[in-house]
Design a protein around this ligand. Structure first.
Ligand SMILES: Nc1ncnc2c1ncn2[C@@H]1O[C@H](COP(=O)(O)OP(=O)(O)O)[C@@H](O)[C@H]1O
Ligand SMILES: [Mg+2]
Length: 356
């Protein structure tokens, strides 16, 4: 998945100047197809402006933006906007329309009948985990989390390969926020859209992003890379201090992974299925076998390391199962992504004084 060389969106020397401010200066960035790319940075650094230039809600002053290799000005602005789902902080729902009507607006604009549009809207409510019983409610009758889910459903209704999200979870409380983040990861795994997600929260950025672009003042990219690169090898002092200021990530790095169970290699139920861990004579992991293929890769989780390493290990493993080893590198067993995510969530919640 990560090996694709295709770019969904490309910024080439893009700037946006207002009379008294330069919001974005000479932005060059290639956003990979089918992954979640996060724009993160302090307030006022040009994240929203950059996002809105993609679908021409804001027109660049200079430079070019390519969508799937084509200049985005080839398309009329109204059609471009309609063709990309857009979710913002305040869900942006029409207050005088019911949930189902809000979600079916775009399918209607795209030429589906009222009946077809409603059917599609109800399907999308299922997709984002909203009870169909809420379909006749008005936005004011929803909780913050429900309203954001409706916003996501409405954005998905554009059926476009690209989804733009501007701080969509910033206004909901931390518990609901963690839920929405997990849902988005799950949704992305099923739908495989290209998602550009804006946040000011580095913790949210490294949780959601396959790629993270750290913005500095004036819309300048300070670093673009994987979450691990950003955390481990900050490109400069700005990134280091931005990452370091976030207590969340530091907490994850120091939080113990003791709560994550290690499943023995000889577990009779083999929850990792057809995947075989290949060991050397001393019992140290060498890679994986799937059928007749050898597949290497995946970082090891050494017993006693932090939740951050446990998370790395499951996220980097070809099988989706992290490999736990002892101090001498001998395999102890497997750790599951669900159990690591659960431990990460509990850690997140305990940070806000919620849960056990
Ligand atoms: N319509 C506008 N007119 C003038 N200045 C603007 C306008 N929109 C944004 N800006 C300025 O551009 C800079 C970047 O804004 P924005 O992209 O909203 O930042 P962010 O989303 O990172 O908080 C800010 O200094 C902001 O005040
Ligand atoms: Mg913004």
């Amino acid at each position: 998945m990560e090996s694709t060389s295709e770019h969904a969106i490309e910024f080439i020397g893009v700037s946006k100047r207002y009379a008294s401010t330069t919001a974005v200066e000479d932005l060059n960035l290639a956003i990979p197809d089918g992954l979640i790319t996060v724009f993160v940075g302090p307030s006022g650094c040009g994240k929203t402006t950059s996002l809105r230039m993609i679908n021409r809600m804001v027109e660049p002053t200079d430079g070019r933006i390519l969508i799937q290799g084509r200049d985005h000005r080839d398309e009329p602005a109204y059609r471009l906007r309609r063709s990309m789902g857009y979710v913002m902080q305040q869900s942006g729902l029409l207050p005088h329309r019911t949930v189902v009507d809000n979600v079916s607006t775009v399918p209607r604009l795209n030429g589906l009948s009222v009946k077809q549009s409603r059917a599609r809207a109800l399907e999308l409510m299922d997709t984002v985990g909203l009870d169909r019983g809420l379909s006749k409610r008005y936005p004011a009758q929803l909780s913050g989390g429900q309203a954001q889910r409706v916003g996501v459903a409405r954005a998905l209704a554009a059926d476009s390969p690209i989804l733009l999200m501007d701080e969509p979870f910033s206004a909901v409380d931390p518990v609901v926020r963690a839920d929405l983040q997990r849902e988005l990861i799950r949704l992305h795994e099923t739908l495989r859209r290209t998602i550009v997600f804006v946040t000011h929260d580095i913790d949210e950025a490294v949780t959601l992003g396959h790629r993270v672009a750290v913005f500095g003042t004036g819309g300048k990219i300070e670093q673009f890379g994987s979450p691990e690169q950003i955390l481990r090898e900050p490109a400069n002092d700005f990134v280091a201090s931005f990452v370091g200021h976030d207590r969340g990530t530091r907490r994850l790095t120091f939080a113990g992974a003791d709560a994550v169970p290690i499943h023995p290699l000889d577990s009779p139920d083999r929850p990792w299925g057809e995947w075989e861990l290949v060991l050397d004579d001393a019992g140290r992991p060498q890679g994986w076998r799937l059928g007749d293929r050898n597949i290497t890769g995946g970082s090891l989780f050494r017993r006693g390391q932090s939740l951050r390493e446990a998370l790395d290990s499951v996220l980097s493993s070809p099988s989706g199962w992290g490999v736990a080893v002892d101090e001498s590198g001998v395999a102890l067993g497997m750790i599951s992504s669900d159990e690591v995510m659960d431990a990460t969530t509990r850690e997140r919640l305990s940070r806000y004084g919620v849960g056990s």
